[in-house]
Design a protein around this ligand. Structure first.
Ligand SMILES: Cc1cc2nc3c(=O)[nH]c(=O)nc-3n(C[C@H](O)[C@H](O)[C@H](O)COP(=O)(O)O)c2cc1C
Length: 544
């Protein structure tokens, strides 16, 4: 399995980082905005839709599903893949987006297939470019039109390899996971369901989006198909194959822009992209689930801010104050949002593979130390066997008292039994050390490693599942980014960590479990040298 080889080859070690150029070649810095010259462009409506929907709607769905219209699709894209701010430092000015990205390089492009057109989203202008007019549906070929649309993601690997070299494929997949989360939340806020179209192979998706059209790319960087879902107001039946045929027989326009004057090849990236391509799975009867209002998780920190405000203000912290702490109840409710359930977890169609090893530094009422949070408590025995034998495995009750005792907690039907103290120890130094010596991993409330069931998952399902493991991690990260904002704090994804030293801290050997992504949360310290402007000039007055 090449994915296993790739993963091993792109580990960071204390004495050796994964291969990269080792410097930033500014002359070939990729343009962050893909455009299709010659494709008809439609500027999207700018009005905020459902601006007062509460934060909890992201997890439980809005009361009424909004109609599918140009203004709601526009707001869906604006609140998932649009620009969130412009930052400036001296002569440098750069855009941030609603979805985060490793190094702010944004390899992920978004498409919607709606009203019998394939549109590429251009976040810089908040516009859509019409890449294809699908051949009209014939006979029994269905069309979603008023009921929903398809949304799809692609990656331009070069944007990340330019800076990160061989490890970049991992980051592109994290970014896809974050984008899936951003899209799922944007749909939930409007009361829409979003369901992964797992029967659609990567080849079919490439055909649907026109990624396999050689003449449209000429000397431009190619886009790799990643993910496609149906977004709908109600359960819909969909035959994606007929859409692919209609796209092949459609009328195409636009030629991709070239993002860098020259490129450096990274053959290992092409190879892992090929070996993890999704062959698609047997078609299943499709019913897009729409979250029913009220079926969310436990209430978190009741946020006064609306869903839209929190989504648009999400940012990464660059530093934490190394002082503030998080109330235990808020910490616990954040973790509850990571359990499988409705939005955003209905955007993926596999059971949890990723669990957390948490370095708790400053959570009120919790002794600092290493904790395990099991998103599927069924893996408890497997984790106990896999991790260091001297770990305590002291359960931390979600409810009730700390001294309920193991038996009482494990037998309490109301207790989730998913959080355990492994090692009471000040681990600020260790946490920062394994996260590439980054202070953000030691200075916040906590930082964590996302530990995925690894080789067994790939052997059972196939190499294509490698990407999915990173998507699950990105989705966890996206939930935590928003939970941090809702709690008045801030978070940061951490792609740079020393892989095997993390495993060593936990006592993990072999490849059954691997850390795939790190994450940190705390009270941010702003960089006062930067100025911030809104994502779009028409939002200058309406939003701080
Ligand atoms: C997959 C991923 C990995 C990241 N890794 C790091 C990291 O190792 N260190 C860090 O300081 N920031 C990291 N970040 C944060 C990004 O630098 C940040 O998302 C980007 O600059 C965009 O800023 P924003 O999140 O405020 O929109 C990571 C983000 C993602 C999504």
């Amino acid at each position: 399995m090449f994915a296993l080889e790739y993963h091993e080859a792109t580990k960071h070690h204390f004495n050796r980082f994964a291969r990269s150029a080792g410097y930033l070649d500014w002359a070939t810095q990729p343009n962050p905005f893909r455009r299709y010259a010659g494709a008809p462009v439609t500027a999207l409506p700018r009005d905020a839709v459902a601006p007062s929907e509460p934060y909890d709607a992201l997890f439980a769905g809005a009361g009424d599903a909004a109609p599918i219209s140009e203004s709601t699709v526009a707001d869906f894209l604006r609140c998932s893949m649009g620009l969130s701010a412009w930052k400036q430092y001296q002569a440098s000015r750069w855009a941030l987006r609603v979805n985060p990205s490793s190094g702010n390089l944004h390899p992920t492009e978004a498409y919607v297939v709606w009203n019998s057109r394939v549109y590429h989203y251009a976040p810089s202008e908040h516009a859509i470019e019409e890449r294809c007019r699908l051949r009209p549906p014939a006979g029994t070929e269905g069309s979603l039109d008023g009921d929903g649309f398809l949304v799809a993601l692609t990656s331009i690997f070069w944007r990340e390899t330019w800076k990160y070299g061989e490890r970049a494929f991992r980051y592109c997949q994290h970014d896809v996971g974050h984008a899936i989360g951003a899209l799922r939340f944007a749909a939930a806020r409007l009361g829409w369901g979003m369901t992964l179209l797992s029967e659609c192979s990567d080849d079919a998706l490439a055909a649907l989006l026109g990624l396999d059209r050689e003449p449209d790319f000429l000397d431009a960087e190619r886009e790799a198909p990643e993910w496609v879902a149906v977004v709908a107001r109600r359960a819909v039946a969909l035959d994606v194959d007929s859409w692919v045929v209609r796209a092949r027989e459609g009328v195409w326009s636009g030629v991709a822009n070239r993002l860098s004057a020259s490129h450096r090849d990274w053959p290992i990236i092409d190879r892992v992209a090929g070996s993890t391509a999704d062959p698609g799975r047997a078609r299943r009867a499709r019913a897009a689930s729409v979250c029913a209002p009220g079926d969310g998780h436990d209430a978190g920190a009741a946020s006064e801010l609306t869903a839209r405000t929190i989504v648009l203000q999400r940012r990464s912290a660059v530093a934490f104050d190394a002082r503030s702490s998080l109330p235990f109840a808020v910490f616990r409710s954040m973790l509850a949002r990571l359990r499988p359930g409705p939005s955003p977890w209905d955007a993926i169609d596999w059971p949890p593979q990723v669990h957390l090893a948490i370095f708790v530094h400053r959570v009120d009422g919790l002794v600092p130390g290493l904790y395990a949070f099991l998103r599927d408590p069924g893996v408890l025995d497997e984790w106990r066997a896999a991790l260091r034998p001297d770990f305590l495995w002291e359960p931390i009750p979600g409810f009730g008292t700390r001294d309920s005792g193991l038996e009482n907690v494990l037998n309490d039907p109301n207790d989730p039994n998913d959080l355990f103290l492994l090692l009471p120890l000040d681990m600020k130094w260790h946490a920062a050390r394994v996260s590439c010596d980054q202070d953000i991993a030691g200075d916040g409330f906590f930082s964590l490693g996302m530990i995925a069931r690894f080789e067994p998952a790939l052997r059972e399902r196939g190499e294509w599942f490698y990407r999915r493991l990173f998507w699950e991690c990105g989705l966890i990260g996206q939930v935590l980014y928003l939970e941090a904002e809702a709690a008045g704090a801030r978070a940061t994804g951490i792609g740079c960590f020393y892989d095997d030293p993390v495993h060593e801290v936990l006592g993990l050997t072999g490849r059954d479990w691997q850390s795939l992504y790190h994450f940190s949360m705390g009270m941010p310290v702003e960089d006062g040298r930067l100025t911030t402007e809104p994502g779009y000039e028409w939002e200058v007055v309406s939003r701080k």
